[in-house]
Design a protein around this ligand. Structure first.
Ligand code: FMN
Ligand code: SF4
Length: 454
C-alpha cells in the first residue's frame, strides 16, 4: 500500500510563492512562462507607476527581511521628480541563523525574484538593481544570474523593455559572508566597496530612499518581499489582502497580510521551508507541517520563532498566531521567519553560548557596547559551561545584556542581547544550576562560601 505523502502546505491555504517550486525546470524561463511567468511584468508596464504602488499598498505587504516595514511606504519615499538615478537593492544576504527561505526562492524560483525586481524598478523609476547575495550562497547566485541572462535574452531586461520605453539592468553582487552586511546601511557600504559597517539613520542622517547608494535614492528590500510583488500584481492587492490577519482599515504597521515563508528547523520530523498564511497557529506549523517532535519520546521545550535574534517562547505560546502581531503579543518577534524548535534535551545556556559566539564573531566592532559586550557574553557563557561559573555570573550576564540593548549603534547589539534576556525569563534556573555546579567544582577557590552553604 503506498503511504500518503506528508503535505507541504496547509489544506486550503494559497501558495503564492511556492505553488510551482517543485515543478521540473521551473528555474528556466520557458517553464516559468508556461505557468504565467512575466505576465505580471507585462501588466505592470501598462500601468501608471503610482497604480502599481497602490496595489502593493492594498496588499498590506510588509517587509519580509525582519523589520516588517510596510513596502509601499518605502517605495513612496522615493522622490518622483529628481533627475538623479534611483536604485533598487535586493537584500539576499540571509545571514540570520535558522533562516534559509531566500536561498530556496533563488534556487528554485529565481524568475519570481527577477520579475519582481523589474516591476519594482519600473514602479520606483530605477534603472539599476543590485542583488546583494551572501558570500556562501554560490548556487543561489548562479541560479539568479542564469535567470537574469535568460530575462535579457527574452527582452525583459535591457533597453526599451516590452516597448514601454523603460530600461533596466540587474547585477548580482556577492558579499563576503558577513552577517552585519545584511543590515541595510552596512550592505550599502559593502556594495560600494567600503567596510561593511552601518551608517547613521534618521534623524541623524537621511533615509536610504533619499540618500542611499552613491548618495542617490535607494530602496532596499528583501528577496521574499520582492518576489511577492509578482503574485500581488497577478491577483490584485485586494485579493492578496484577503488572506492573513488585520482589519481592512488597519494601519499598515498593524496587519499581517498574505503569506509568509517559514524556515522550520531543529527537533522536528520534517524541517524545511513552508509557505503559510499569516496568522496560522504556530502549533500547526510545528506539529502539522513539521510532523511534530523529531523523537516521539522527547517533549517540546521551547522555540525561537523568528531567527536567532528574537526572544524564545515556550509551550504556552504554541497557539500564538504566526504573524507580526501574534508573535509580538506572545513576547517575541516574527523576524525573518526562521522557526527553530527544541526538545527537552536542549541545554538553554549551551545554546545561548553558541549564539553568543556567533554575535561576537559577527560584531563589526564599530561601537563599544556591542564590540565589548558580546565578548563578555562569550566569556561568561564559556566559563559557566566549563564548570567555572559563579552565582553572580547570572546577574552579570543580564547586566551586560541590558547595557548592550538600546545602547548599540545598530540592531545587531539588540540581537545579541534579546535571546539571552528571553532565555533568562523562562530558564534562569538552568543558569543558576550551572553556577552552583561551578561553585561545587571550584570549592577550593571558593572555600568560605562553600562552608557557609554547609
Ligand atoms: C544585523 C542585521 C542583519 C540583517 N540581515 C538581513 C538579511 O540577511 N536579509 C534581509 O532581508 N534583511 C536583513 N536585515 C534587515 C535589513 O536591515 C532591512 O530591514 C531589510 O533588508 C529591508 O527589507 P524589507 O523591508 O523587504 O524587509 C538585517 C538587519 C540587521 C540589523
Ligand atoms: S551594534 Fe555596533 S559593533 Fe555591533 S554590529 Fe552594530 S555597529 Fe557594529
Amino acid at each position: 500500500m503506498p503511504t500518503e505523502q506528508p503535505k507541504k502546505y496547509i489544506e486550503g491555504q494559497p501558495q503564492f510563492l511556492f505553488q510551482h517550486r517543485d515543478v521540473e525546470g521551473y528555474a528556466n524561463i520557458d517553464t516559468y512562462m508556461k505557468y504565467g511567468g512575466y505576465d505580471a511584468l507585462k501588466k505592470a508596464v501598462t500601468m501608471d507607476q503610482d497604480a502599481i504602488i497602490n496595489e502593493v499598498k492594498l496588499s498590506g505587504l510588509r517587509g519580509r527581511g525582519g523589520a516588517g516595514f510596510p513596502t509601499f511606504i518605502k517605495w513612496n519615499g522615493i522622490p518622483k521628480n529628481w533627475d538623479q538615478p534611483h536604485y533598487l537593492v535586493i537584500n539576499a544576504d540571509e545571514g540570520e541563523p535558522g533562516t534559509a527561505k531566500d536561498r530556496e526562492l533563488m534556487n528554485k524560483t529565481p524568475h519570481l525574484l527577477v520579475e519582481g525586481c523589474i516591476i519594482t524598478c519600473f514602479a520606483i523609476r530605477a534603472k539599476s538593481c543590485y542583488i546583494y547575495v551572501r558570500g556562501e550562497y554560490m548556487e543561489p547566485a548562479k541560479q539568479t544570474q542564469r535567470a537574469i541572462d535568460q530575462a535579457y535574452a527574452q527582452g525583459f531586461l535591457g533597453k526599451n523593455i516590452l516597448g514601454a520605453g523603460f530600461d533596466c539592468d540587474i547585477y548580482v553582487h556577492m558579499g563576503a559572508g558577513s552577517y552585519e552586511c545584511g543590515e541595510e546601511t552596512a550592505l550599502m557600504s559593502s556594495l560600494m566597496g567600503e567596510r561593511g559597517m552601518p551608517r547613521h539613520k534618521p534623524p541623524a542622517a537621511p533615509l536610504p530612499v533619499i540618500s542611499g547608494v552613491w548618495q542617490s535614492p535607494t530602496v532596499v528590500n528583501n528577496v521574499e518581499t520582492i518576489a511577492t510583488v509578482v503574485p500581488i500584481l497577478n491577483v490584485g492587492g485586494a485579493e492578496y489582502a484577503k488572506y492573513g490577519t488585520g482589519a481592512p482599515d488597519a494601519s499598515p504597521f498593524t496587519c499581517s497580510k498574505g503569506t509568509k515563508l517559514v524556515t522550520l528547523s531543529g527537533h522536528v520530523k520534517r524541517p524545511g521551508n513552508y509557505e503559510i498564511v499569516m496568522g496560522t497557529p504556530t502549533r500547526d506549523i510545528i506539529f502539522g507541517l513539521g510532523g511534530g517532535m523529531l523523537r516521539d519520546d522527547k517533549k517540546f521545550k521551547f522555540m525561537i520563532p523568528g531567527g536567532s535574534s528574537v526572544k524564545l517562547l515556550v509551550e504556552e505560546h504554541l497557539d500564538a498566531p504566526y504573524s507580526y502581531e501574534g508573535l509580538t503579543k506572545a513576547g517575541s518577534l516574527l523576524g525573518s521567519g526562521g522557526l527553530m524548535v527544541f526538545d527537552e534535551t536542549t541545554s538553554v545556556p549551551a545554546l545561548m553560548a553558541r549564539l553568543s559566539h556567533f554575535y561576537a564573531h559577527e560584531s563589526c566592532g564599530k561601537c563599544t557596547p556591542c564590540r565589548e559586550g558580546t565578548n563578555w557574553l562569550v566569556k561568561i557563557h564559556d566559563r559557566l559551561l566549563a564548570g567555572g561559573g559563579r552565582p553572580e555570573d547570572v546577574d552579570i550576564l543580564l547586566d551586560i545584556c541590558n547595557n548592550i540593548e538600546g545602547r548599540s549603534f545598530c540592531p545587531l547589539g539588540d540581537a545579541a542581547a534579546w535571546p539571552i534576556q528571553g532565555a533568562m525569563k523562562y530558564f534562569r534556573h538552568e543558569y543558576e544550576e550551572l553556577a552552583r555546579q561551578g561553585m561545587a567544582a571550584n570549592r577550593r577557590t571558593f572555600a568560605p562560601l562553600q562552608m557557609a552553604a554547609v
